[in-house]
Design a protein around this ligand. Structure first.
Ligand SMILES: [Mg+2]
Length: 238
């Protein structure tokens, strides 16, 4: 890790516990909109179908085949249709409530704050996220980690989404970081890791399942610390 000065973190699923926060929001929406009265028996069924539809639509969004607003309305419309509920107005309202409520959730992945605290004095920390600007800023603020990061780089600002090299080049310009001083830490192999490697950055794959295809990977966030600090020849650069 010689030369590394800038650490770029992905946010969703890497620092911010997206699964827990999103599931919690969806379970609340299930009650709030009384979805049982529309014939969805259990909150779990709603959450499961949403995750499938959201993943499918996010892949289209990442490839620029649908817009942000299409993504936001279509994911609940498609979820409700899976239960034979054809109700555009309802899906719009749920969609709006989700976008408003989910970023207010505060669960972080284990060890996140300890790791940021340990790294902050020796490295400059930033976020690089494909999420929406206002949502990501809200998540950082309410979960109490906003102040650790110098730059919050979102695909909306960069006008390019990971793994497109343009977002990594944009990050270099904004932070004055050189590729050989930069490392990306993220949970998605094809987006975060391959994107960073293409930009000639280093990368660490946060892979809780432990079956990473990348040579440098961790299963829990605190495993980052020995990589950055343990021995003088693979770690600390001050
Ligand atoms: Mg992620």
């Amino acid at each position: 890790m010689d030369n590394i000065r800038h650490i770029f973190f992905d946010l969703d699923h890497t620092l911010w516990d997206f699964d827990t926060n999103s599931k919690e929001t969806l379970a609340e929406l299930f009650v709030q909109f009384d979805l049982q009265s529309y014939g969805i028996e259990k909150s779990k069924y709603f959450v499961d179908r949403y995750q499938i539809q959201n993943d499918r639509l996010w892949a289209l969004y990442r490839e620029n085949r649908i817009s942000k607003s299409q993504l936001r309305s279509a994911r609940f419309e498609a979820t409700l249709k899976d239960f034979k509920i054809d109700n555009k107005r309802l899906s719009k309202e749920i969609g709006r409530a989700y976008v408003d409520q989910c970023p207010r959730k505060t669960k972080l992945n284990d060890g996140a704050i300890g790791v940021l605290n340990a790294l902050k004095d020796n490295y400059t920390l930033h976020i690089v996220s494909n999420g929406f600007d206002e949502s990501q800023r809200m998540k950082l603020e309410v979960s109490g980690i906003g102040s650790y990061f110098k730059e919050i780089i979102t695909s909306e600002k960069a006008q390019a989404k990971k793994p497109n090299p343009r977002i990594f080049q944009y990050a270099e310009r904004v932070t004055s970081a050189k590729p050989n001083e930069s490392i990306m830490i993220g949970d998605n192999y094809s987006i975060d890791i391959l994107g960073a490697l293409n930009a000639e950055w280093k990368a660490i794959h946060y892979c809780p399942e432990g079956n990473s295809q990348h040579e440098m990977s961790i299963q829990v966030l605190p495993e980052l610390l020995p990589l950055f600090f343990e021995s003088s020849n693979n770690g600390l650069t001050t």
